[in-house]
Write a protein that binds this ligand. Structure first.
Ligand code: HEM
Length: 495
């Protein structure tokens, strides 16, 4: 048991080489730490022997104190720590910090006990196994370790937290949203996002059953990696403008692929590329294995290189005819139907990021003292937070409604009925993110543009939400798609 000390006892330790203070009813001896303190020694000397709770929470995230528990030598006699120590797997206690279905006061028609079990297991797995590596790699830009990939493959749906037969789109939503809580936007994509958006095309469109099963087994077991290679320097959303060509050999046994691809997430470590190519009479999609004729170069974007964003050159790569996905020259439908799930997944993630940022703003406004009062006592701050809550909750509500439809529709019908709504949903979520990021930085001030310390989540979101606004289709393209789709369902008659 930690020793019990009195406030009078603490007040005696005020010299540079014998310096104590109190934070949240706990006593810290920082005599050997003051020279290493990132905020310097002066500030610590200023609070020597005193209660520094307010000063400390005004300047640090609680996790800083959790990391330095060794400096804590005891608690104040008769007093109890009040600050909530979040443990791995815990739900947030901040209002609006979790979607409504996770708050015990509220009910939802969409989630079952099985979903709740999955969420719990996923939260714990992310907090314990993914977040520590994600935080490290986000900073140093290295790619995900094989150990982490093996760990994820090994647990096979989290050691039975959910059975394959019960896995539905709400399970998918839960996994996507929980993954964002690693709070590392580049690593989030580096964590097999390439597979998530390309394996679906192989599963739905491979003509060769053997190939389909082999690739699925290899990538789901973590032995091989894959990515989706559509965009080029020449064209992104404008798929018709792509210049990578696939020419069928005279004997019809293979294609020769030549061209380049740009911004390919996970391309640096991929063994397979689901690639959009021009063929003699249209556009076709091929599963291209990595060979010596495939050259990859790392692209540095505004998020971490942990995402492994890649420039690729296919230099006359020989690809067997069996690797064609869907029909030859009719690849447009392969890509377009695959986009739905990718865009929906991005909506899951960016909306959860927005909620994390809202949570950060609520915590900060609650504990930051300005002009002698908590920041939240300023009406202008409450207005900003009110707007954020409205956006975050409407993102989630629309997302859940669309997810429910996906659960009750075939893949084909989803392409017909939901590509418009999903495009509009993603656009709405990223426009919301734009507003939320902007207001959050204003609430955090200098910390909102600083990569470490209190504002690091807000800083990262402000720097990276644009990835969701652009990848998988820009806001302009998707807004347009949504309205054009709606017009397709308009009755011919004047109304
Ligand atoms: C055991 C107690 C403490 C530990 C372990 C600690 C640790 C840290 C760490 C790791 C940082 C880097 C920034 C971050 O990650 O948030 C930091 C920054 C800082 N700390 Fe502390 N600190 C402690 C107590 C205090 C106290 C009591 C004060 C002031 C009264 C203080 C003042 C500062 C200041 C001014 C900064 C720079 C903040 C900024 O750049 O925004 N620290 N501290």
């Amino acid at each position: 048991m930690a020793q019990q000390l009195t406030r009078d006892e603490v007040a005696k330790h005020t010299s540079e080489d014998d310096l104590w203070f109190i934070v949240d009813h706990r006593v810290y001896d920082v005599s050997d730490f003051i020279d290493a303190h990132p905020g310097g020694s002066i500030v610590l000397e200023q609070v020597a022997g005193q209660d520094a709770t307010e000063a400390s929470y005004n300047l640090h995230r609680h996790e800083v104190l959790q990391q330095y528990t060794a400096l804590c030598i005891g608690t104040i006699e008769g007093e109890q720590p009040e600050v909530i120590d979040q443990k791995a797997g815990d739900l947030s206690q901040v209002p609006y910090g979790e979607p409504m279905w996770l708050s015990k006061e509220f009910k939802s028609p969409y989630y079952s006990e099985k979903h709740k079990k999955l969420q719990k297991a996923m939260r714990k797995f992310v907090d314990t196994h993914i977040k520590p590596e994600a935080q490290e790699k986000e900073k140093n830009g290295e790619f995900i370790s094989q150990e982490l990939i093996d760990k994820m493959a090994e647990t096979n749906l989290l050691d039975g937290a959910i059975e394959g037969k019960d896995f539905d789109y709400f399970s998918d939503l839960i996994i996507s949203q929980e993954l964002t809580r690693m709070q590392a936007r580049g690593f989030q994509d580096g964590n097999m996002a390439g597979m998530a958006i390309s394996l679906s095309a192989v599963l739905a469109w491979a003509n060769d059953e053997k190939l389909k099963h082999r690739v699925a087994e290899e990538v789901l077991s973590g032995k091989k990696k894959m990515s989706l290679a559509i965009t080029e320097a020449f064209a992104g959303s404008d798929v018709a403008g792509l210049r990578t060509t696939a020419e069928l050999s005279e004997d019809g046994s293979h294609y020769i692929v030549r061209g380049t691809k740009k911004w390919i997430t996970n391309g640096m470590f991929s063994d397979y590329f689901v690639t959009g190519c021009k063929t003699s009479k249209g556009f076709s999609v091929l599963l291209i294995p990595k060979t010596e004729d495939v050259e990859v170069k790392l692209i540095k974007t505004s998020y971490s290189t942990a995402a492994a964003t890649t420039y690729i050159e296919f230099n006359n790569v020989k690809v067997p005819k069996e690797n064609l996905l869907g029909e030859e020259h009719k690849g447009f439908v392969v890509i377009m139907s695959n986009f739905n799930h990718e865009r929906w997944m991005m909506a899951c993630m960016v909306s959860r990021w927005s909620r994390m940022v809202l949570e950060e703003c609520l915590k900060w406004a609650h504990q930051r003292i300005v002009f002698g009062k908590p920041l939240i006592s300023q009406p202008v701050i409450r207005q900003k937070i009110a707007r954020m809550i409205g956006l975050v909750e409407s993102n989630q509500a629309w997302l859940e409604q669309i997810t429910y439809q996906m659960n009750h529709m075939s893949y084909k019908d989803q392409a017909k009925n939901l590509s418009g709504p999903i495009g509009l949903l993603k656009t709405f979520c990223t426009r919301s993110a734009h507003e939320i990021a902007d207001d959050a930085v204003n609430i955090f001030g200098g910390r909102g543009i600083t990569q470490s310390g209190m504002g690091r989540v807000v800083e990262m979101f402000h720097r990276t939400y644009k990835f969701d606004a652009i990848l998988g289709g820009t806001e302009e393209i998707l807004g347009d798609l949504g309205v054009r789709q709606a017009m397709r369902f308009m009755p011919n008659a004047k109304l």
